[in-house]
Design a protein around this ligand. Sequence first.
Ligand SMILES: Cc1cc2nc3c(=O)[nH]c(=O)nc-3n(C[C@H](O)[C@H](O)[C@H](O)COP(=O)(O)OP(=O)(O)OC[C@H]3O[C@@H](n4cnc5c(N)ncnc54)[C@H](O)[C@@H]3O)c2cc1C
Length: 551
Amino acid sequence: MTPQKYDAIIKYDAIIIGAGAGGGVVAGLLAEVGKRVLLLERGRRLSFEDIGRDHLRNQRLPQYGFNVGPDPDGNPRVALTPEGKAIVVNPIEGGYQANAACVGSGTRVYGAQAWRFLPDDFRMASKYGVPPGSSLADWPITYDDLAPDYERAEWEMGVSGDEATAGRKRPRHRPYPMPPLPLNTQGRTLQSGARALGWGTQRVPLLINSVPYNNRDACAHCQHCVGFACPTDAKNGTQNTLIPRALATGNCTLETEAMAERIDTDGAGRVVGVTYWTKAGERVTATSEVVVASGGAVETARLLLNSKSPQHPHGLGNAHDQVGRSLQGHYYAGAVGWMPAPIWDGIGPGATTATVDFNHDNEGIVGGGMLADDFITLPIIFQKWRVPADVPRWGLAHKEWMRHHYTRMLLIMGPVHEIPSPDARVSVDPDVKDKWGIPVARLSGTTHPETLRTYDFMRARGEEWVRACGAEDARSNPSGLVLSGGQHQAGTCRMGHDPQTSVTDLWGRVHGHDNLYVADGSLHVTNGGFNPVLTILALAYRVGGHLVQAW
Ligand SMILES: Cc1cc2nc3c(=O)[nH]c(=O)nc-3n(C[C@H](O)[C@H](O)[C@H](O)COP(=O)(O)OP(=O)(O)OC[C@H]3O[C@@H](n4cnc5c(N)ncnc54)[C@H](O)[C@@H]3O)c2cc1C
């Protein structure tokens, strides 16, 4: 690409980088109060047909690429092996830590589990102490501070859930706007197993319409939920809620296939706008009062680090070398149980029943996690991930094993608390550049070893649960120390009071800047023992609400 460089000076009130979960919410809130917003998204705006239902090309099994980005070519990252070897990785390769890249980002195709974190998730360091070598810390806000924003996300975006059980371990002040989706056979089986163990269960809250809501249809219970777009548009992401609301005001300009290269500052070091590449290959500088970085935990850190200037020689917000550190995601614990009779009934989306009994207060364990049944498994994923090593990979014996076991699998899984490490980090690679010529993210380190003890504790609970359901055999996988991130990436621009140990204040404003904000998973100090998106959305309501108030 040989771009024509020019500066088109357009004055916006706010430029938001990234039209995913966090950025979509802030765009909606600002546009609705009359602010002129430029929303930049490097991916495309995709229809249901664009995303398709290819079992080999989707966000769960990207054998031939993702269905919602990033595109396989021109978007490399560099992963550092434990031995210190730098390896260039492309989006569908191991170690890339991809989420998505399109309007809505992960929320376009996610499973939509909509968990609030627990009060103790916001005070992990106070509760457990700080394991040596970790960067475990308390949030600068409490669950109660965020509760109104959780509620707003649940109502404005649309969450279905069971109010009778949802209040376990966390106060709630308003019921869910929709009842839960129907229970299926695996959910009923898990409920009876939990009863036998004396464990509590609750229905999995989902950002999916169980009844018509927000002028869109209810879920059709199909078998292609996680990793795919919804045929009835019942799955609620920012692409069909806050972003259309922003566009309907006429105040928001959404530019797709537009890649932000850097956040610009003036001679005094104050943020003045963004330089980005347009779909047509032009390099444009746009100016604004405020810039909000919402590129997701890896790309937001990369962007801040790439925005060096004489006043900010280490990147924006990085005077104390905090940007990019404590990258987290989720280790997934759980177990597979093989049931004596079929329990598969094909009623989607599938994730119905959870226990939160082990989120905290497990003797000798830092944190814990949630366990729930999984979304309906695609047959090809079952074939790739679940066939034991001693079963032939093809032929009659293989087919018979598949026929017998697919309908008898009881699969439970769930995210465990990761104990953050300062060495698990995003930096910028000195050599490798993407297709726009921008230095790419370099990923290095691992999560803290405490995470493995929590993981082992949780997979043992998983095995216990499937056995109590009547499984003839129960299996779970040991895990080793790895760098996490992936679809649940978080933590690289953590909130905090102290600029020496955090990147933003408790409103998502980058320390040392009055007009630069972060609104995405980067803000998470710790990533909870739950899927993170409802917390990311709630934080974006908090950041956007603060901007509206403080403007
Ligand atoms: C298959 C799948 C299933 C999931 N299931 C669940 C679930 O059940 N529950 C749950 O809680 N979470 C789930 N997630 C994760 C959830 O989608 C993410 O946690 C969430 O989207 C992260 O929000 P974010 O705002 O941090 O970043 P994102 O939503 O990823 O938004 C970042 C956006 O910024 C864009 N961008 C980045 N850099 C730039 C740049 N320089 N210029 C322009 N644009 C840029 C990206 O393309 C992207 O669109 C799932 C994700 C996937 C993919």
